[in-house]
Design a protein around this ligand. Structure first.
Ligand code: HEM
Length: 456
């Protein structure tokens, strides 16, 4: 978004600015890539919910086609997508998503995280890798039934590759260079970023293949340890079917999709959360006071406490709204010609559901550009759901990890604030904390240090 910031846009997203000029449905050209933008909550809802089928395909983006060869959940199409999504949702549920088993797992991980934070004794440190690792361990325990130590060098390398890809995939170099190259081969030098992305994918794949091999050797159908075992079981059951979709490439890319989407998004949101708490200490204090009122001394917040903690719940929602980490959603496409709000959109058109325009929609939020937890509170201080809160998107391809992400955000965030007061490093004032986003496939906070001072 920064790349194409219009000088008149005065800090707001340039595509939102274009929607002020051209309305809520309009076409943009990113080099050779042509896409229709849907702006504003009402328009996004009309398309993704009321015309769910017509806007229900994933766009064909060359770099993702190269990465996955059409496999997995997030970038696959048609029947393969349908089968993988159905299998994923039911398997995630079987392994505890949305249930107490996963709550226990998250709370165990939180304990390790707290010990790590304590080891800095209030001195400044960077939370990026550690939060990545802790959050990743939750999805890894669902996928493989195991977690990775915070000092495991191999796992840390993988997380770094994942971070690098997230950053590069938000750059025009990776996302449109392969398409540009098709039109203008002399621009081949631009392919460097996409080559790095593909190289990283092959290293991540090699690591996953190694884990699959271990799982295959120890496979026991009476004791499935996670998604990967369940997938292997399905492969066995379908081995006599000539065109089973449960082949090895499906296993690889479905696992990779869940690993990547389950790690990066939630940990980035957590980092925004801690940064915002340093910036707004009075909000942080109010959360801690609320916890002191509803949780016994020495106890940690549990999911069942959430309904008694409307203020904390409102702050977490506001963090997600304000951080807006997937501002342009994940591009969709039209599986057939569509007649929408007076426009004919041809089959196969890329569609950008501009989530940022819903999360900042002036018709739905009192102070869209300010961090303001009262967006999610009614006049009596009760938690208030808001329709335009759609950070996980909506409709047929909406995020499959929403339930898991919400559990993690609540337990990690409230748990860390129960133990620590987050402060900027000595010599850095609140005003100096930068809330500008670093552009990538997800919007990250700029590099920063955090002091986690133990609560008295
Ligand atoms: C704060 C955390 C998260 C945010 C903000 C987020 C956001 C999103 C968004 C905006 C989409 C695109 C949906 C669409 O096209 O309509 C998406 C898709 C997806 N997410 Fe998440 N996500 C988060 C966490 C997770 C987690 C924890 C997992 C893993 C369990 C996950 C797995 C996926 C998958 C597999 C898809 C593709 C769904 C499909 O194409 O059918 N996400 N997510």
């Amino acid at each position: 978004l920064k790349w194409c910031a219009h000088p008149l846009a005065s800090g707001q997203c340039s595509i939102c600015y274009l929607s002020k000029l051209y309305g809520n449905v309009f076409t943009v050209h990113f080099g050779p890539r042509k896409a229709v933008v849907l702006a504003g909550y009402e328009t996004i809802k009309d398309a993704l919910l009321n015309h769910a089928e017509e806007f229900g395909e994933r766009a064909e983006i060359p770099i993702f086609r190269k990465m996955t060869r059409g496999n997995g959940i997030a970038f696959s199409h048609g029947e393969l997508w349908k089968t993988m999504r159905r299998f994923t949702l039911s398997t995630l549920r079987d392994f505890g998503m949305g249930r107490r088993t996963i709550e226990v797992r998250i709370l165990e991980e939180l304990n390790s995280l707290i010990k790590y934070f304590q080891s800095y004794q209030g001195k400044p440190f960077d939370t990026k890798m550690i939060l990545n690792n802790a959050v990743s361990n939750v999805i890894c325990s669902i996928l493989f039934g195991e977690r990775f130590e915070y000092d495991d060098p191999e796992f840390l390398t993988l997380l770094k590759l994942l971070n690098e890809n997230t950053k590069l995939l938000g750059s025009p170099m990776a996302s449109i260079a392969p398409q540009l190259y098709n039109f203008y081969p002399s621009l081949g030098f631009l392919l460097g970023a996409s080559k790095t992305v593909l190289q990283n994918i092959s290293e991540l794949s090699a690591f996953l293949q190694k884990l699959f091999k271990e799982h295959k050797e120890e496979f026991n159908e009476n004791n499935l340890t996670g998604f990967v075992d369940a997938f292997m079981m399905k492969q066995q059951q379908e081995s006599k079917k000539p065109h089973s979709m449960f082949h090895n490439e499906s296993l690889l890319f479905s696992t990779l999709d869940l690993f990547a989407a389950g790690t990066e998004t939630t940990s980035t949101t957590m980092r925004w959360g801690l940064l915002l708490m340093m910036k707004y200490p009075e909000i942080q204090r109010r959360i801690q006071e609320e916890m002191n009122q509803v949780i016994e001394p020495g106890e940690m917040p549990k999911l069942e406490d959430r309904k008694k903690m409307p203020y904390t719940d409102a702050v977490i929602h506001e963090i997600q709204r304000f951080a807006n980490i997937v501002p342009m959603g994940v591009s969709r496409s039209t599986p057939s010609d569509v007649n929408f709000q007076g426009y004919v959109i041809p089959k196969g058109t890329e569609i950008i559901p501009l989530l940022t325009s819903a999360l900042n929609d002036e018709l739905h939020w009192k102070t869209p550009h300010q961090f303001n937890p009262s967006h999610f509170l009614d006049a009596d201080g009760n938690f208030a759901r808001r329709e335009a809160f759609i950070p996980f998107s909506i409709g047929r391809r909406a995020c499959v990890g929403e339930g898991l992400a919400k559990m993690e955000l609540f337990l990690f965030f409230a748990g860390l604030l129960r133990k620590f007061v987050f402060q900027p490093p000595p010599g850095v004032s609140k005003a100096e904390l930068d809330l500008t986003a670093d552009v990538g496939f997800t919007l990250n906070p700029m590099p920063h240090l955090v002091c986690a001072v133990p609560c008295k």
